[in-house]
Design a protein around this ligand. Structure first.
Ligand code: NDP
Length: 311
């Protein structure tokens, strides 16, 4: 029985680094770096950043795909994955904190008129304008899970009025929470900022379309840190151009890297960042070893996802 690490991402951790981190937690367990080096018949757990199509078919004993991150849409959608193979993800505290910081930073940029002051300072202009007050500003957080919950609590801690939305009823300290699609229009109508921290699932894909944008308060701003395919690109551009939306901050896109000719890059109401809002997974990585141990021991896995629900 063995663990296979298949990372193949030059911008991320090397397989050997991860092996050295996990090995002391899994004494006696072979940990292979890359399919070419693996005894394929022995691999019980496959840890991936992305599930490559050539791998699963070579691993007859596979029982768990462990995502080295949060978004599992490409894994659960994979037609290569036999139904008995389970899927789990990581829930690092650091990445959640980083995403909360990202959302706070871009909301505070507007609240404190930072872009306007930077331009005025560049022209040596004394341009006094009142900052907006947090207690008079409503932030709606869509998705109240591991990350969305941290985002909602961070805004509440700074005194913002926070509304939250999830699939099933949730309680988040400092936020007023609702659930289900029917509850969304009334909530959106109150939000100055809408922060999307939703996974990509059959229910959430294309959620941000013309119909949803029409439900927003006029002049609201969108921050999307969930997944790019939640947003219908053409409908977002239309909502910005007709003034329904005042601005959008986008960290995730349907196609990544965002193609150089995509209209989002040049749009003066859109801020593009290259999928960097949540970065560090370090404190979640020991759970890869723990899930291997739990799988073998027949214990409940950490952070197992529902392949049916898609998250
Ligand atoms: P969780 O699974 O912990 O939470 C997901 C939340 O979304 C839950 O509150 C869930 O509701 C809600 N949700 C799911 N489907 C629906 C629906 N149909 N209607 C309403 N609410 C729904 O995930 P995380 O918080 O850890 O992560 C969320 C997503 O953030 C990831 O899937 C990933 O796509 C993205 N992400 C982006 C990163 C980046 O760098 N930009 C980094 C990490 C993650 P309920 O509570 O009822 O289940």
């Amino acid at each position: 029985m063995a663990l296979l690490l298949d990372i193949r991402d030059p911008n991320w951790m090397r397989e050997e680094e991860l092996r050295d981190l996990l090995a002391p937690r899994l004494p006696g367990v072979p940990i292979y770096c890359g399919l070419a080096n693996a005894d394929r018949e022995q691999v019980l757990v496959l840890a991936v950043v992305r599930l490559h199509p050539d791998v699963v078919g070579c691993l007859p004993a596979l029982r768990l795909v462990q995502k080295l991150g949060a978004g599992v849409e490409s894994i659960v959608q994979s037609t290569d994955l036999p139904p008995h193979v389970r899927v789990a993800r990581l829930k690092p505290q650091q990445a959640g904190r980083e995403i909360a910081e990202y959302c706070l930073a871009y909301v505070l940029r507007d609240q404190r008129n930072m872009l306007r002051h930077a331009m005025a300072a560049h022209d040596c202009r004394w341009d006094q304008v009142a900052p907006k007050q947090s207690h008079q500003t409503t932030v709606g957080v869509l998705g109240l899970g591991h990350i969305g919950g941290q985002v909602a609590r961070s805004f509440a801690a700074l005194g913002f009025r926070v509304l939250g939305w999830s699939r099933s009823p949730k309680t988040v300290e400092g936020a007023t929470c609702v659930s289900g699609r029917d509850a969304l229009p009334a909530m959106l109508g109150e939000c100055d900022y809408v922060v999307s921290v939703l996974p990509s699932t059959p229910e959430t894909r294309d959620l941000f379309d013309n119909r949803l944008f029409a439900e927003l308060k006029a002049g609201a701003r969108l921050i999307n840190v969930g997944r790019g395919d939640l947003v219908v690109d053409a409908d977002l551009l239309a909502a910005l151009d007709n003034g329904r939306l005042a601005g959008a901050v986008l960290d995730v896109f349907r196609e990544e890297p965002l193609p150089a000719n995509h209209p989002f890059w040049q749009h003066d109401k859109i801020t593009v960042t290259p999928h960097v809002s949540g970065w560090h997974l370090d404190d979640g990585l020991p759970d890869v070893a723990e899930n291997y141990r739990r799988l073998v021991a027949g214990e409940p896995l950490l952070h197992e996802v529902s392949r049916q629900a898609g998250y």
